[in-house]
Design a protein around this ligand. Structure first.
Ligand SMILES: *[C@@H]1O[C@H](CO)[C@@H](O)[C@H](O)[C@H]1NC(C)=O
Ligand SMILES: *[C@@H]1O[C@H](CO)[C@@H](O)[C@H](O)[C@H]1NC(C)=O
Ligand SMILES: *[C@@H]1O[C@H](CO)[C@@H](O)[C@H](O)[C@H]1NC(C)=O
Ligand SMILES: *[C@@H]1O[C@H](CO)[C@@H](O)[C@H](O)[C@H]1NC(C)=O
Length: 259
C-alpha cells in the first residue's frame, strides 16, 4: 500500500511548485542592468583633457582611457611598437598637429586612425622612399594625413608648431638634431629607443627639464618637453595606469638589427 495515492502525490507536487513560484516571484529582483560603456568620440578626448586633474573623475577617466587603448593600440605590444601607449597618451592630452619622423608598422596606422578620428593634421615623413609609399598606399587618402619623402631633414616641419613629434627616424645620428630642432616647436617629443646609447640622447637631454620614461616594454620610450610640466605629468599618469592591466607584450627576440 503506497503512502500517498497518485492523486495525492500530484497535489503535493503542485503545491510545492506553486510555493516555489511564489517565493521566486517574491524575491526576484531585476538583475543589475549591464554596464553600458559610453561610445568614445572626439569629445571623450576633450573630457579627459579637462578632467584629468580632478581626482573625483579618476575612475571614469581610467574607464575611458582603457576604451581608447582598446580601440587604437594593436596588441600584443612588440619592440617596434613599444611606444604606442605613451604616444597615444600624448595625443589624447593635446589637440594640435602631429609630426611623425620615421614611419612604422605600428605608429603610422595608429596615427592615421587617430588623425581621422580627431580631425587633426598629421605629417608622416621618411627617408626610405619605397617604405614610405608602401605605408601611404596601404592607408586611405585624406587631406588630414600627408606623407613626405625627405632627403634633408632640416627642410621639413618648419611651417608648423606641433603638438606631438614622434622621433623614430633614421639615420640614428640624425635624431638628436631633430630633438633640438623641435624642442621649442612642439609641446612634447615622443622619443623611441631611449635606452639605446647609439642615439646619444644623453647629449641633448639637458635641454629638457620635463621628462618621462615608459619602461613596460623594450625598446623604451621617452616623452620630453621644454615647457609643459603638467602635460608630462598627465602623460605619465595615463601611461602608468596601463601597467597593472598587463597588456600582452612580446619581448625582443635576439635584439635583431632593425631593417
Ligand atoms: C585602423 O582602422 C582600421 C579601419 O577601421 C582598422 O582596420 C585598423 O585595425 C586600425 N588600426 C589601428 C592600429 O588602430
Ligand atoms: C587646444 O588646447 C589649447 C590649450 O592647450 C586651448 O587653448 C585651445 O582652446 C584648444 N583648442 C581646441 C580646438 O580645443
Ligand atoms: C607593403 O609591404 C609588404 C611587405 O613588407 C607587402 O606585403 C604589402 O603588400 C605592401 N603593401 C603595399 C600597399 O605595397
Ligand atoms: C593637478 O595638476 C597639478 C600640476 O601638475 C598637480 O600638482 C596636482 O597633483 C594634480 N592633481 C590631481 C588630482 O591630479
Amino acid at each position: 500500500m503506497p503512502l500517498l495515492s497518485t492523486w495525492g502525490m500530484f497535489r503535493w507536487s503542485l503545491f510545492i511548485t506553486v510555493l516555489i513560484m511564489i517565493t521566486w516571484i517574491y524575491f526576484y529582483h531585476d538583475p543589475a542592468p549591464p554596464m553600458v560603456l559610453p561610445e568614445i568620440s572626439k569629445n571623450t578626448f576633450e573630457f579627459i583633457r579637462q578632467n584629468i586633474n580632478k581626482s573625483h573623475q579618476a575612475t571614469q577617466i581610467e574607464t575611458l582611457w582603457r576604451q581608447i587603448v582598446t580601440k587604437f593600440v594593436s596588441l600584443p605590444l612588440h619592440p617596434g611598437g613599444s611606444h604606442s601607449i605613451p604616444l597615444l597618451a600624448s595625443i589624447v592630452l593635446t589637440n594640435g598637429s602631429i609630426l611623425e619622423l620615421g614611419c612604422g608598422r605600428s605608429s603610422t596606422p595608429m596615427l592615421h586612425n587617430l588623425t581621422l578620428f580627431t580631425r587633426r593634421y598629421l605629417l608622416s615623413v621618411d627617408s626610405h622612399k619605397a617604405w614610405l609609399s608602401n605605408m601611404s598606399s596601404s592607408m586611405s587618402n585624406s587631406p588630414l594625413h600627408k606623407f613626405q619623402h625627405v632627403t634633408d631633414w632640416s627642410t621639413i616641419g618648419n611651417d608648423h608648431r606641433w603638438s606631438v613629434v614622434l622621433v623614430d627616424n633614421a639615420p640614428e645620428q640624425r635624431r638628436m638634431h631633430d630633438i633640438v630642432k623641435y624642442a621649442y616647436r612642439s609641446q612634447v617629443l615622443v622619443i623611441h629607443d631611449s635606452e639605446a646609447a647609439g642615439y646619444q640622447y644623453d647629449k641633448v637631454a639637458p635641454f629638457f627639464p620635463y621628462k618621462y620614461q615608459y619602461q613596460y616594454i623594450e625598446a623604451y620610450t621617452d616623452v620630453w618637453s621644454t615647457t609643459e610640466t603638467s602635460l608630462i605629468d598627465h602623460i605619465r599618469y595615463l601611461s602608468e595606469l596601463t601597467i597593472p592591466w598587463q597588456l600582452p607584450r612580446r619581448a625582443p627576440k635576439n635584439k635583431l638589427p632593425t631593417q
